[in-house]
Design a protein around this ligand. Sequence first.
Ligand code: FMN
Length: 220
Amino acid sequence: MEGKSFIPYSYEYQDVETVASKASSFREVMDQRRTIRAFSDEPIPGKIIEDIIMTASTAPSGAHKQPWTFCAISDHDLKKEIRIAAEKEEYINYHGRMPEEWLEDLKPFDTDWNKGFITTAPWIIILFKKSYQLTERGKSKNYYVNESVGIAAGMLITAIHMAGLATLTHTPSPMNFLGKILNRPENEKAFLLLPVGRPVEDVKVPNISRKKPDEVIIWK
Ligand SMILES: Cc1cc2nc3c(=O)[nH]c(=O)nc-3n(C[C@H](O)[C@H](O)[C@H](O)COP(=O)(O)O)c2cc1C
């Protein structure tokens, strides 16, 4: 058990012009990020994936419980097993389980039940949330699990983009098949599936726009 122990935090003071320039250039870089649905099969070293995941794992979390597990998979047979199970669920989704409004909202993305990217991308990362901790003394509580894991997911996506790779935030719903295939303990629930790699050379993305500042910010 960690007691009360505080260490100095090395904050580097930068003048406001530097801060403004950094904020603005980071905004530009992040505005280039797009969700990719067609991946090249070019291999990516595991160390890169480790760095990306450990960046995500610096995320803040309720009471610092770090309630996440990242399962990084490059094994082709395992990816194939996951793809088959995901496509089984997605086939049902696209053939009656998703309401008409949802299918209508998905039209601009031209998605269907076929999830070839799961086997093509060199890596898939399955992010699991830990609803509670399993310790030698039994169960212990985690706090704000969805918020914490959502923040870690955002940082993962940012780290992937900043490394020069691409991803797709995939939610093959329902996702409980992932825990079964990957043999995860009962306290872990699959949160997202993210293929990671490079896009195919001639990749196209949906022509969509982002909300403008006055649509997302209220100044008081
Ligand atoms: C929680 C979440 C779930 C998503 N699930 C899927 C999915 O299952 N399949 C898919 O093709 N895209 C999925 N997306 C990607 C969105 O369609 C995409 O982020 C959105 O269209 C905006 O495009 P952009 O990421 O290129 O800015 C998901 C995104 C989020 C945040």
